[in-house]
Design a protein around this ligand. Structure first.
Ligand SMILES: Nc1ncnc2c1ncn2[C@@H]1O[C@H](COP(=O)(O)OP(=O)(O)OP(=O)(O)O)[C@@H](O)[C@H]1O
Length: 605
């Protein structure tokens, strides 16, 4: 690889650095080479360069890029630590959190755990259409409970990591120095997305460490969690960095005009009628024609990649919402008109699946007196937590009903009476008994599937939902640690005595692991989740207006809200540009014929 002028400049510079550039301009690549150079010249024994990223997906891309980089000797590669902000912050909190009044023993409150813990505080508010006053009150209630969970119970949710680490670093020069001794140079990926609390941490780190910030101001997609458009200026002012702009380079989709199209999306002025590497197509706005178009487009793209001999090819289908991820995944599994299934993976919110997995894990455990009570507890957890930070009132009520029915049953039992015939527990107990009757074999994968099947095939709608939800997990199928540990547990005890604890621990480890491989094959995901990733081909697919008798058409799940021109703003353009520019070879945009995406219509300002 021949470095560009800008990239060479970066190799020359010392001191704080701010590297800007668009998608695929080579920021990540050059920062890795820079890190290797620093590792060779500047580090003392025991020191490392730290590369901080927001998402695990980016971490795995960076780790892979480092492995792939032939110019860097293995000994230097080992001197680059790639981590998410979360896992770096967690290490600091675990070691020093007591200095700011946190308990000595801390544990991670994972998003599903947090959803359960906050559900009581949230249940007092409507799920949608909140007034501003209600929104503010809900926020305060959530914050108060989060802080209480951390300071009293030592259960710290992710959102509090940065504020607490900020307090620690600003409060203690000793801890700042300790970090600088370990990591004299820190690379900050996607710096434009840094929120206020993270920026406070960066300010403290910059006093003692050399910082290399990588940023594309136009890829800022996290406004809603507090990324600030002025963040780059804050960095300039605080650290007077040397600035290198790579914005004229595009290596990802070299030989195409994908990057050019991305830039035109930002201004809304399309300078060309056609762009090499960008394909548009429309579909009739009804489920079957829409999905047929999607599936045939995917067949064609897949064939192109196979014919071109691309090794480990990846093809992403990017959709505007979580709901559509599921819709598309279902359609690929069972395409219309008897077309052949498209094997794929779907990136979905895993709260529900993880909480469902806990239920299966419990069912693997040998029974004791508490077993059924624990089962009910996990069922309630599932409904309280399955909606993540946006639980529906329906789900919360479901949890309350299960608990009530259980209390009622206990009372009847105490009075020597049978269970009420129409209790919601009747079917649940029947399926529970069927699950208890499964003869386990000691092969975790087989046993897990057998139990999942009992839930799916049984007569309890709630457990059926859980069985189906758990299908979304791949954690056991990949020959993972979870599988090994369950096996070991069986060998040690003649049963899965600790299955629940092992499963919970596995999800925490999974969250912090850095060895997840970048996806290959067909992957469906929400557009937001594609940030920082790259794929050989991308298909962007959105929903269509649904006409209902006597009502205005419903136009949800669009790239721009309701596909309305009034809803177009910088954020909408930036999000769309990020999605479009994930493709290396081609990006295909599918939009409904009757109401094409307003961002494609151009802007006559
Ligand atoms: N000088 C170069 N010559 C050829 N290829 C390059 C060069 N620099 C980077 N690349 C390649 O271009 C692709 C994109 O580079 P990279 O991931 O570093 O971009 P980026 O600026 O970090 O992108 P994004 O902001 O979208 O994450 C990679 O596959 C990388 O190997």
């Amino acid at each position: 690889m021949e470095l560009t002028k800008g990239q060479l400049d970066i190799m020359e510079e010392g001191g704080h650095l701010l590297v800007t550039g668009g998608p695929g301009s080579g920021k990540t690549t050059i920062s890795i080479l820079k890190a290797a150079q620093i590792a060779e010249w500047d580090l003392r024994p025991g020191q490392k360069v730290l590369f901080l990223s927001f998402a695990r997906a980016t971490v795995s891309r960076v780790v892979e890029a480092i492995e792939y980089e032939q110019q860097i000797p293995p000994a230097q590669k080992r001197l680059i630590d790639v981590e998410t902000y979360h896992s770096f912050f967690w290490r600091i909190l675990k070691a020093h959190g007591y200095l700011i009044g946190l308990p000595r023993r801390l544990c991670i409150l994972t998003p599903p755990g947090e959803a359960i813990a906050l559900s009581a505080a949230r249940s007092g508010f409507p799920a949608r259409n909140l007034t501003d006053a209600q929104k503010a009150a809900k926020k305060v209630a959530e914050e108060t409970e989060r802080a209480r969970l951390a300071t009293e119970d030592g259960r710290v949710c992710f959102d509090l990591y940065a504020p607490y680490v900020g307090d620690l670093l600003h409060g203690s020069a000793r801890i700042r120095r300790l970090i600088a001794i370990m990591y004299p140079v820190i690379i900050l990926d996607e710096f434009q997305d840094t929120n206020e609390a993270q920026w406070r941490v960066v300010q403290a780190l910059g006093e003692v460490c050399r910082l290399v910030a990588l940023a594309d101001p136009e890829q800022r997609i996290y406004d809603w969690i507090g990324a600030d458009p002025a963040r780059l200026d804050h960095f300039r002012k605080a650290f007077k960095p040397t600035e290198v702009d790579l914005s004229t380079d595009n290596h990802r989709s070299a030989g195409t005009e994908i990057a050019l199209f991305g830039n035109d999306v930002l201004t809304g002025k399309f300078r060309q009628d056609a762009y090499k590497g960008i394909d548009f197509d429309v579909f009739d706005p009804f489920p079957d024609p829409a999905m047929t178009k999607l599936v045939t487009t995917v067949y064609k793209a897949r064939k192109r990649l196979v014919d071109a001999g691309v090794v480990n090819w990846s093809l992403a289908i990017l959709v505007p919402t979580k709901r559509m991820t599921r819709l598309v995944s279902d359609a690929l599994r069972q395409p219309p008109a008897g077309m052949v299934e498209v094997p794929h993976s779907a990136v979905i919110e895993l709260e529900a699946a993880i909480l469902g997995a806990e239920i299966i894990a419990l069912l693997m455990q040998p029974a004791d007196d508490r077993h059924f009570g624990q089962f009910i507890e996990l069922m309630c957890n599932y409904f309280q937590g399955k909606g993540g930070d946006g639980p529906t009132q329906g789900a919360l009520k479901e949890a309350a009903n299960i608990r009530k029915a259980y209390d009622e049953w206990l009372a009847s039992q105490a009075a020597g009476k049978a269970i009420r015939k129409n209790s919601i527990l009747v079917n649940m107990i029947a399926v529970y008994e069927q699950a208890r009757a499964v003869v386990l074999t000691g092969d975790p994968d087989k046993d897990w599937r057998a139990l999942r099947r009992v839930l799916e095939d049984g007569g309890c709608a709630r457990l059926k939902e859980i069985g189906q939800e758990v299908r979304n997990l791949r954690i056991l199928e990949r020959g993972t640690l979870l599988r090994q540990e369950l096996s070991q547990n069986w060998r040690d005890n003649g049963g899965y005595r600790n299955a629940l604890a092992i499963t919970r621990q596995a999800f925490i480890q999974e969250h912090f692991s850095t060895n997840a491989k970048p996806e290959s094959g067909v992957i469906v995901m929400n557009m937001h989740k594609a940030k920082g990733k790259q794929f050989d081909e991308v298909v962007i697919f959105e929903h269509w207006p649904i006409k209902r008798k006597g009502q205005p058409p419903y136009n949800g799940d669009r790239i721009v809200r309701f596909n309305s021109r009034e809803q177009i703003d910088d954020q909408a353009r930036q999000n769309f540009r990020v999605s479009v520019t994930r493709g290396k070879r081609q990006t295909t945009i599918l939009t409904p014929k009757s109401d094409p995406c307003v961002l494609l219509l151009g802007d006559n300002r």
